[in-house]
Design a binder for this molecule. Structure first.
Ligand SMILES: Nc1ncnc2c1ncn2[C@@H]1O[C@H](COP(=O)(O)OP(=O)(O)OP(=O)(O)O)[C@@H](O)[C@H]1O
Length: 354
């Protein structure tokens, strides 16, 4: 297993800055995702780790050794692309054997390793098929097998599931993650799909405009986003403006919001006392007004049913609007009067220390 350390890595394409001084440490055997919108520099970062692009400046270390000047073929990387990139005129077994033949491994070893890795990706019976005789998901598993059969130090995947349909994509997430854990290989995964990054990764690097906006465990990024941009990129969010009323001795701030007073720890100091709070739609509970619960009164303005969940839009009596997501246990209709309740620790103040 290999530790990867990226330090102040920068890439210019002419005058444009694709990657702007990013630093990331990836522990041995860790699975991290580079997550961000199109053009944020994910693929360029991956290509620099692989050695397909030269860095303009900065360091990339594998177990402490700077590989910036090591050519791609000597970096010992396994790579999987969105497009599979299988050799169409070769069978599955030949596709897998190719990298080992290039490394001049003995025939017997090639046969053994190919069979073992095909078994790992559950394609043992498919060795003699050609790529065109396989489904998209099977082709991607062959691409994964081909990357792993050379027993690389690091596995790099660039949007590997983007060509698959939604259901298969979800199955493949679990498949790749399980396989990665079994093999125990340090892995960097590029995606613009937040659900994919969240479900698969130990840690997620959120990138915007060539820079790192946040690097942390999925739950930290979701529950304690570093900025509004991160909060919005990784899920739906309600934004509430608040006003600091007072601060208690234990550094708990009391904040006035449209949902009542909220207590928040480690708040950043703002000169005018203004605070921006974020609240995930599923952190909100709704009760019929007739139930007489304590909370904030509101009216349902729209509802969207999606099977397992319902999304509501609602208008608070104060005039603020909110999105709420619930299980379809209690069904409300537009016009219904409701009481809104939120557990105090579900609020997150932007700029607060995580
Ligand atoms: N070979 C190149 N020459 C010039 N500019 C490039 C080149 N490759 C990438 N860029 C630019 O660098 C920036 C980062 O591109 P990159 O492909 O790394 O983004 P990305 O986050 O992977 O996006 P996507 O999800 O669309 O692949 C973009 O502005 C892109 O236009």
């Amino acid at each position: 297993m290999t530790e990867v350390s990226i330090e102040a890595l920068t890439k210019h394409y002419g005058a444009s800055l694709a990657v702007n001084g990013i630093s990331v440490k990836i522990a041995k055997g860790e699975f991290i995702s580079l997550l961000g919108p199109s053009g944020c520099g994910k693929t360029t970062t991956l290509k620099m780790i692989a050695g397909f692009e030269d860095a303009t400046s900065g360091a990339i270390r594998f177990d402490g050794q700077d590989v910036v000047h090591v050519p791609a073929e000597k970096r010992d990387i396994g790579m999987v692309f969105q497009s599979y990139a299988l050799f169409p005129h070769m069978t599955v077994a030949q596709n897998l054997a190719f990298g080992l033949e290039m490394r001049r491994r003995p025939k017997r070893e090639i046969a053994e390793r190919t069979a073992r890795v095909l078994d790992m990706v559950q394609l043992s019976g498919y060795a003699d098929r050609y790529p065109r005789q396989l489904s998209g998901g099977q082709q991607q598993r062959v691409a994964l097998a081909r990357a792993l059969v050379i027993e690389p130090r690091i596995l790099l995947l660039d949007e590997p599931l983007a060509n698959l349909d939604a259901k298969l994509r979800e199955e493949m997430r679990v498949f790749i993650r399980d396989l990665q854990k079994r093999v125990g290989i340090t892995t960097v995964y590029v995606t613009h799909d937040q659900a994919e990054a969240m479900t698969m990764s130990d840690r997620v690097v959120v990138m915007f405009g060539g820079q790192i906006a946040q690097y942390g465990a999925p739950a930290d990024i979701y529950d304690r986003p570093a900025s509004l941009e991160v909060a919005q990129f990784v899920g739906q969010v309600n934004i509430l403006s608040g006003r600091l009323l007072s601060t208690e001795a234990n550094d708990i701030s009391i904040i006035d919001t449209a949902l009542g007073t909220v207590r928040i720890g480690n708040m950043p100091r703002s000169p005018d006392g203004a605070v921006t709070l974020v609240l995930r739609p599923e952190a909100v509970e709704l009760f019929p007004e007739s139930a007489g619960q304590m909370g904030t009164p509101a009216t349902i303005t729209a509802s969207y049913y999606s099977g397992s969940l319902i999304d509501y839009r609602l208008a608070l009596d104060s005039g603020d609007t909110m999105n709420v997501q619930t299980f379809p246990r209690s069904r409300f209709s537009p016009g219904d009067r409701v009481t809104v309740k939120v557990d105090g620790d579900r609020f997150w103040a932007l700029g607060a220390a995580a």
